[in-house]
Ligand binder design. Structure first.
Ligand SMILES: *Cc1c(COP(=O)(O)O)cnc(C)c1O
Length: 401
């Protein structure tokens, strides 16, 4: 049997690829490097002109009124939660299927994250379960555009308006996505983005919050600068050393070095989004005839930004579990990943907030079945074909006859 092209690499066969194809990877070109070098040779390494330039370009790109640059997606979420006056005694509803930071920022404010379950076909926050999780202490809802498609914002906005809640969008997966012609960044009261290298645009570390509220934008600018009402550049221009710290803030500033990189990356976003969508279409077509895995559903009326391409293992049709498929695909050189373990199952939340298995059964069941396939704009057609070839190999090996 050895040497047969369909023999799985985990069983001693030849892998589809010799080098591991990662699930995500940034693209940095010479013009990105040149933009960073120009800032390094300028007078302002931080709090300079590139910050406002990046904020204005970003706001325009997503159609938002205001954009506030911060040092990470987590800082963006924290600023949004702070600007929503979330404090000790408050509850904020957060989906179970997300990166821990979506809930951590609530805990950082001394408030309580309450986990809502997700819809089985999209893994997006389930507005009906949000409603069930509301109490008189609920102040806000964090909606996570999991994998890159906007949540059901019609239902969420309606619910938040009826109950007087702030709606915060975690759009760290969905830069460039849209819901009924409105782009991510304009769908909630406050929207957080990340520029971590695996996200749509990269600044190394970095983030942004968008909002239509001038008040919220001003509070977040203060929050990112220790709670000080003016920044260094404003004082230099006004010819004064005097400043006042009016509330407790953090150093969550994004440097001009990062912002110059972000500005250059932002120009390439439309081309990169088109490539992500083209890769997704190839995956859709190749996966449809396979029995063992199925892609997540895409909601009507959304433009998906495909930060992730997630499939679920169909245990009716597959003899192997997710762990076996994960190991088999990694052995073929395909860097599949799992996003995410439901947040309420992390030891921190069990210990400090009393969460436990059974709290969000849909997210927990999904967690046993999900795999993220490689997805980044620089993937070649040959890379995509390699993923498909590896999926066909595991399908041949594990499909129930
Ligand atoms: C990446 C990510 C974050 C955190 O962003 P950082 O820039 O890494 O701090 C938060 N939420 C989600 C859903 C993310 O994917």
């Amino acid at each position: 049997m050895s040497g047969r092209p369909d023999k799985l690499a985990v069983a001693g066969g030849t892998p589809v690829r010799s080098a591991m194809l990662p699930y995500g990877c940034p693209a940095v070109d010479d013009d990105d490097v040149a933009a960073v070098v120009a800032v390094l040779r300028s007078d302002w390494l931080t709090t300079g002109p590139k910050v406002g330039e990046f904020e204005r370009a970003f706001a325009e790109a997503v159609g938002a009124q205001h954009a506030v640059a911060v040092s990470s997606g987590t800082a963006a979420l924290h600023a949004a939660v702070h600007a929503s006056d979330i404090a000790a005694g408050d509850e904020v509803v957060v989906p179970a299927m997300t990166f821990a930071a979506s809930a951590n920022v609530v805990a950082m404010q001394g408030a309580t994250p309450v986990f809502a379950d997700v819809e089985a076909d999209t893994l997006l926050i389930d507005p009906l379960d949000v409603e069930r999780k509301l109490t008189p202490r609920t102040k806000a809802v964090v909606a996570v555009d999991y994998a890159g498609q906007p949540c059901d914002y019609d239902a969420l906005r309606d619910l938040c308006a009826r109950r007087g809640l702030r709606l915060i969008a975690d759009a760290c997966h969905s830069l460039g996505a849209a819901h009924r012609q409105s782009r991510a960044g304009t769908l909630a009261d406050l929207t957080a983005f990340s520029f971590h290298p695996v996200k749509h645009i990269a600044t190394g570390e970095g983030g942004m919050v968008t909002t239509a509220s001038a008040d919220a934008a001003e509070r977040m600018r203060r929050f990112r600068n220790h709670g000080i009402a003016t920044d260094h550049r404003q004082r230099a221009e006004a010819g004064t050393w005097h400043y006042e710290m009016v509330e407790l803030g953090y150093n969550y500033r994004l440097s001009d070095i990062h912002c110059a990189l972000g500005l250059m990356q932002l120009r390439k976003l439309p081309v990169w989004l088109a490539r992500r969508r083209a890769i997704a279409r190839r995956y859709d077509e190749a996966i449809a005839p396979l029995g063992i895995v199925a892609p997540l559903a895409v909601r009507n009326g959304v433009e998906h930004a495909y930060h992730l391409y997630v499939v679920q293992v169909d245990r009716q049709r597959c003899t192997a579990d997710r762990q076996t498929l994960y190991a088999a695909l990694r052995a073929e050189g395909i860097g599949v990943n799992v996003h995410y373990m439901p947040v309420h199952l992390h030891p921190f939340y069990r210990e400090h907030f009393g969460t436990q298995p059974g709290d969000c059964p849909v997210a927990e069941a999904a967690y046993e079945r999900i795999l993220s396939l490689p997805m980044f704009p620089r993937m070649t057609d040959a890379d995509v074909d390699a993923v498909v070839a590896a999926l066909r190999k595991v399908d041949a090996a594990y499909a129930r006859s």
